[in-house]
Structures are given as C-alpha cells and as structure tokens.
Write a protein that binds this ligand. Structure first.
Ligand code: FAD
Ligand code: NAP
Length: 529
C-alpha cells in the first residue's frame, strides 16, 4: 500500500461519520473524514432554526458505543434542543480526539473506483485527490436541502432562509412579517417560536400534517439516574422495538378493543407525548381501519385546540397517521389561535409566484420581509447522487439508481466494490431511531474490514442476485403496510421527477438479525476476493 493510500475515506462528520472514524481508528485502520460544513455535527450543525430538537428521547437518541460516555453526558431535556445535541457531538469529537482526522469545509466531488488497484480515487471540491481502499458515505439521509423553484424566487428583496441551512447568527424576527412555507416536522417546530416574535406570520400549508404534543420537559436528575443505573436495559428494549427505540409498542390490534379502551390508550399516549403514539396498537400502520381510529382521535384534538372552526378544519390532516413521518410539537396547533398568525391553504389557492415583496397565491398577495422555506430534503439519495460516484466499468451510481436506489441491505450496491453507505436506502434508517441504526452500520462495516484484513482480501461487493432479492424484500415489506399510500419523502414524492420508490426498510430487529446472519454465513450475498 502506498503511503498516500488511506484505508478509508469517510464522507460526512455527523453522527455517522464520527462514529465510523472512531470505530476504524480503534481497529488500527487509517481514515480521513471530509465534511462540507465548517464544523462537525451534520444535521445538528445545519438545522439551527428556532425550535429544532430531536423527536426521539435524548437518552435514546445518543451513542451507546462507550458506556463511560453515556454515563457522563447529562441531557437537560427529555428532547434535547439542537444546540445541546451539537454540543454533545462536539464533545464526542474532542473526547475521542477525532478532529485530527477530519477535514472541514471540504466537499467530496467525486469517487472513482480503479479496478486494477482496487482503490478509490476521491476528489474534493478544492481539487485535491486522495486514494483509499474503502469509501464510506456518511452523507446523511436528510442533508441535501430541497428549495422548490417557485417562479420569481430570485426577485425577492427580503431575507430567504431554509430550515436545513440556517444562519449561525441568531435571526431576529421581531417586528417582521414572515412567511413559512412547509408544515412538516421542521415547520411545525419552528412556527410557534417564529410566531412569538414576528409582527405577523403567514403559514403556507400544502398538506396538513398529523402532529402529537412532544410533552417536552426538563429531565429530572432522578429520572436520568434511573436510566443510567441500567442503561443497557433501555438500549435492549429499544432495539427490540420496530422503530429501534422504546415506543412501548403493544401486540394489541386497535380493532380488537372496545371504543372506550381504544380512546383511553390514545389519551394516555397523547398525555405521555411524542412518537410512542405510533406504538398504541400493533396494526396502526398496517390496517387502514385501525389507522382511521387514530386519525379521528387526532382530528378531534385539533378541533379542541384551535378556536376558529374554519382554521381548525384546514389544519386537519386527511391521510394516514404515520404515513408521512408523524410530527411531534410544542404548541403548534395552539399557535393558530394567535391574532398575528394566518394559515394560508395553498392546496386551495396555490402559490403562483414569489415577488419582490412577498408571496402571491391564486387569490391574494402577502407582503413579507422574510421567507422561511421549511420544504425539506431530497431525502436518502440526494446527498449520494450529488457526488460523482463511479464503480466498475466507470458506471455512475446516479445512473444505476435512475429508476430508484438499489442496494443490498442499504449498505452496499452491486458494481461498487469496497463502497459502503451508512443508513443507505434499503436499511431502517429514517424509519428508526437513527443513532442506533448508524452505530449498527458503523460496527458492521468496521467488522467487515477487519474480517477482510485477517484473510488478506482486497475486494468486497454486493452480488447482483442478493441485491435484487433484497430490493424485492424491502418492497414486499413496505407493500404490506400503509406507507406507500401517501406522497411522502420516504417515496421520493416530494421531489419533482424523482422515481417513486419506497426507500427505507421497516423493522429494526429483523434487519439487525439479517445483517448478523449475513456475517455468520461468511458475508453471504457478497462477492469477496
Ligand atoms: P448528517 O447528520 O446529515 O451528516 C451528514 C454530513 O455529511 C453533513 O454534515 C453534510 O454536510 C456532509 N456531506 C454530505 N455530502 C457531502 C459531501 N459530498 N462531501 C462532504 N460532506 C458531505 N433522527 C432521529 O432518529 N431522531 C430525531 O429526533 C431526528 N431529528 C431530526 C431533526 C432534524 C431537523 C433533521 C433534519 C433530521 C432529524 N433526524 C432525526 C434525522 C437525522 O438526520 C439523523 O438522526 C442523524 O443526525 C443523521 O446523521 P448522519 O451522520 O447520518 O447524517
Ligand atoms: P418535510 O417533512 O418534507 O416537509 C416539507 C414541507 O414542505 C411539507 O409540508 C411539504 O408539503 C412542503 N412543501 C414541499 N415542497 C413544497 C412546495 N413546492 N410548495 C409548497 N409546500 C411545499 O421536511 P422537514 O419538515 O424538513 O422534515 C424532514 C424530516 O426531517 C422529517 O420527516 C424528520 O424525519 C426529520 N425532522 C425531524 C424533526 C424532529 O422533530 N426531530 C424536525 C425536523 C425534521 P407536502 O406535504 O404537501 O409535500
């Protein structure tokens, strides 16, 4: 191996890149992380909008690779805010001395596989090149922002912001007229806080979303201590749940209990707060009739929370609870009771243009000083296809994936040897608590490299038939659920022209078991040499 050849290039320094670097270094591999941002943290570096916080409890939305780390870190809230999670990730970078192998402000532009040497030539946007035996894409499922190309956008004279690329200095909304476009998780978190400052807030809603109260609160010391006394128990419990965190999921069908029992369950989950609402009944996301009981319950809550019946009606989601990611909020629906907040239903009166001074819909023009795009991401594939990745025969990954992503286990794609993706399409990723999913992938990849080194192997690649079978299985699992029934970003439906393919894999425990079986079978489904 030449001196300038690294064992691995890791792209991205969020939860995934940091963990991967730590794992590889621990096994004596050389690795370098390239990160486009000027700091580590990924999602939590970029998404600095007011109200940004996790929707999986902090005690679970955190690394478990080192018990000392999970014992010593003190979370202050049930759902940590963005600044706190960013502090945590910076602490991790320092504690494990990761920064010396991280190059910031550097975007990977291309990665080309050289079949004669079994090496990747990685080029960064500053023109530098580095050679590596392996490439690990830790580029994130939700890191490639989507700003719709609304006519006239470039003519707007006020400030334009995207929640996923928020300025580092505080944004002052006081005395300003603000438009927020988008009511997904980001919009729903930001809207109450922007409304509290702005002179007037216009919320442009295309599709009403289901949201449950987060019931966020400070974490009591005793509560945190109780978890830390037996952290492993919480981690094990979470790992056994379909979404990889403790949703207190039951085996009971919503259709097998009485109306009173069902209501009591929903009320209890509503009061408890957050995404465990989805664990109320086993068939919530499998059976339309079961799901409708939850949808009715949430609509009734909205009716009770929003004083103006016409506004309440517009805020009521019509689809399937959880089909688009369930949102978790603090005072979202209540915000529409404020005199300085107007809901604009753009399903009824679509946005026609952005003008120099505001937003024009089919029925009115709204003069604003600032537009906030809470319009989401080119999810799961965007960050991967924006890099020119070429495998065997010079084939581009973006060409191979033109009809939708194809992977084996979400970790690897046939024709791209020694190339791994952390939480790639076809893995539980965004349908799970992502930190354990990230760690599971980083552990799997590190163990794989170690296994290859022990056997003097230089190449590993997904076998095409194993990949075909896995893609079919991912679809089969999704098709047995209600997930394909709505226009979600899980399906790529939020990006015009993106192929409609369900990308994540549902079922964290079954997935982990499959990955373990593949290893036990001598990396079954992979071609090694
Ligand atoms: P990211 O954190 O996205 O990091 C990827 C990094 O790669 C980025 O910093 C990016 O700049 C860099 N990068 C990408 N392409 C290149 C390139 N070509 N060259 C160099 N660098 C590149 N998940 C949960 O499970 N629970 C939650 O509560 C939760 N809350 C979320 C809240 C928000 C606002 C968002 C947007 C997402 C949330 N997620 C949540 C999902 C979240 O993305 C993951 O939990 C996790 O942070 C992903 O970590 P990552 O390292 O895989 O990717
Ligand atoms: P999102 O869920 O994709 O929501 C985007 C919103 O913008 C939707 O309301 C969408 O409407 C709207 N929109 C998109 N294009 C539009 C257009 N051309 N015109 C008008 N409206 C448009 O994005 P997000 O809110 O950033 O969340 C993405 C994911 O990140 C979440 O699902 C979640 O996984 C994660 N996240 C989590 C948290 C958390 O609570 N911890 C917070 C933020 C993000 P339609 O529905 O009609 O497409």
């Amino acid at each position: 191996m030449s001196d300038r050849t690294l064992d691995a290039v890791i792209v991205g320094a969020g939860f995934a890149g940091l963990c991967m670097l730590h794992r590889l270094r621990g096994l004596g591999f050389t690795a370098r992380v390239f990160e486009a941002g000027s700091g580590v943290g990924g999602t939590w570096f970029w998404n600095r909008y007011p109200g940004a916080r996790c929707d999986v409890e902090s005690l679970e939305y955190s690394y478990q690779f080192d018990d000392a780390l999970q014992q010593e870190w003190e979370w202050t809230e049930r759902y940590a805010s963005q600044p706190e999670i960013l502090r945590y990730l910076n602490h991790v970078a320092d504690r494990y001395d990761l920064r010396r192998d991280i190059t910031l402000r550097t975007r990977v532009a291309s990665a080309i596989f050289d079949e004669t040497s079994d090496r990747w030539q990685v080029r960064t946007d500053d023109g530098a090149e580095v050679e590596a035996r392996f490439v690990v894409m830790a580029t994130g499922c939700l890191s490639s922002t989507n700003t719709p190309s609304i006519p006239g956008r470039e003519t707007f004279t006020g400030a334009m912001l995207h929640t996923g690329n928020w300025p580092h200095e505080p944004v002052a909304f006081a005395g300003k007229r603000v438009a927020v476009i988008g009511t997904g998780s980001s919009g729903i978190q930001a809207i109450p806080l922007i409304a509290a400052q702005a002179s007037h807030l216009y919320v442009f809603q295309r599709t009403a979303n289901f949201s449950v109260p987060a019931q966020n609160r400070p974490l009591a010391a005793a509560e945190q201590l109780a978890v830390k006394r037996d952290y492993a128990a919480l981690r094990t419990r979470g790992g056994q749940m379909p979404f990889g965190f403790d949703t207190r999921s039951t085996e009971v069908s919503a259709l097998q209990v009485s109306d009173a029992e069902r209501r009591a369950e929903y009320e209890a989950r509503w009061a408890e707060g957050g995404l465990p609402f989805l664990g109320s009944f086993a068939d919530m996301i499998l059976d339309a009739r079961a799901n409708a009981t939850a949808a009715d319950f949430i609509r009734e809550k909205i009716r009770g929370l929003v004083r103006d019946p016409a506004t309440a009606e517009k805020l009521m989601p019509r689809g399937v609870v959880g089909c688009k990611r369930l949102c978790s909020d603090t005072d979202y629906f209540e915000t529409f009771n404020r005199a300085n907040v107007t809901l604009v239903d753009i399903a009824e009166t679509p946005i026609q243009a952005i003008t120099a001074t505001g937003v024009r819909t089919a029925s009115a023009e709204y003069a604003v000083d600032c537009i906030v795009f809470a319009t989401g991401f080119d999810a799961m594939t965007g960050a991967l296809t924006r890099v020119d990745i070429r495998g065997k025969g010079g084939r581009a990954l973006r060409d191979k994936w033109a009809e939708g992503p194809r992977t084996y286990l979400g970790l690897s794609s046939a024709g791209f040897p020694n190339f791994f993706i952390i939480t790639g399409p076809g893995s539980p990723s965004v349908l799970s608590n992502m930190v354990p999913s990230i760690e599971q992938h980083a552990n799997w990849i590190a163990a794989c490299l170690d296994w290859m080194r022990a056997r003097g192997l230089s190449r590993i690649e997904a076998a095409p038939d194993a990949e075909d079978a896995w893609v079919a299985h991912v679809n089969e699992v999704a098709d047995a659920t209600l997930y394909p029934s709505c226009n979600s970003w899980y399906l790529g439906a939020n990006i015009p022209g993106k192929p409609r393919v369900f990308m994540p894999y549902l079922g964290f425990p079954a997935y982990v078991q499959k990955c373990d079986e593949v290893v036990a079978g001598g990396y079954e489904g992979f071609v090694v040499g």
